[in-house]
Design a protein around this ligand. Sequence first.
Ligand code: OSB
Ligand code: MG
Length: 367
Amino acid sequence: MRIERATLIEIPLRLKEFFEISSGGMQDRRVILLKIEGDGLEGWSECVAAETPGYAYETTETAWHVLNDFLLPGVVGQDFSEPSEALAPVSWVRGHGMAKAAVEMACWDMAARADGVSLSKKLGGTRSVVPVGVSVGIKHDDGELHEQVAGFIDDGYARVKIKIKPGRDVEVLAGLRDAFPDTAFMADANSAYTLDDIPRLKEFDALDLTMIEQPLRYDDIHHHARLQEAIDTPVCLDESIKTDADAELALALSACRIINIKPGRVGGFSESRRIHDRMDAAGFPVWCGGMLESGVGRAHNVALASLPNFRLPGDISASSRYWERDIVSPEFVVSDGEMAVPTGPGIGVEIDLDRITALTTRTTTHG
Ligand code: OSB
Ligand code: MG
């Protein structure tokens, strides 16, 4: 398959509500979409880089730069037989996994369309529906938080993830546990703690959480191993796992019992599958995280989550959780804690090209 042309598009999308995590917040997304064309086919993807370097070092701006100045010039005009090989011409580029993932994932979509199969099938997915949860940003008012959580439980989400930070942690989860005794809760700290906080983090053990996600530094593995030894609640790593080698190290040190795989964070689907397989072989589950994606990125996540070892609900909520109106149709919906995996060729949803054209704030073409 040949990548004849690549088009990068930026569109603004406003989240329905401000989304706060321990390292900052976001309301106005600048979504980067990538379309590749070749052999009469298209492939689409979304780059998950955020506007600020508060989750990862990559930002909308660095991804735009690295895609335009290095990755797309390197792959346009090149052939690939398998999407896992599409990044070979730019393997010299270090880091920038989110920018790389956009290229690789668009190639997976194009390759699935070439085979006339769904992206899920192309990736080796085995589920027709995937269990899904919802991620709830930090709220400073308990009443407001409880009301929102009650709404998500009514919507049928299979688990509820609560963002925490020092000052909004154990008491918040304890209050939710009291109010909603049967709900599967987990907490995501986005690196807000250190080993000095072990006594505090140990208090979570009484609250029957399914896991605590990324409590310690964004690039740490060693201290997470010391923490996992000290607490019963399973540790899940997010930010710390950027490659399969990171997952290998985390397993060798027993730093976690669960990994949140975001294909954008780890450089694409090939690396995601390696982490998935490694965790499976070690007897540990993975789940698919999210980065406040539009329907394009959401479609990629649902397809990945259909692989067999994605045994825990992902952060894959309905389109309507974040957007007044999505840029794909049909929109993604949740019922009974599950989301259907699209069955059409490639990502399996239709992209609203007119709306994207109307919204586009900048675009570049290669080839
Ligand atoms: O840590 O998982 C995270 C959103 C932005 C940055 C980091 C994270 C998140 C989420 C939201 O938790 C997941 C989603 O619903 O897309
Ligand atoms: Mg996280």
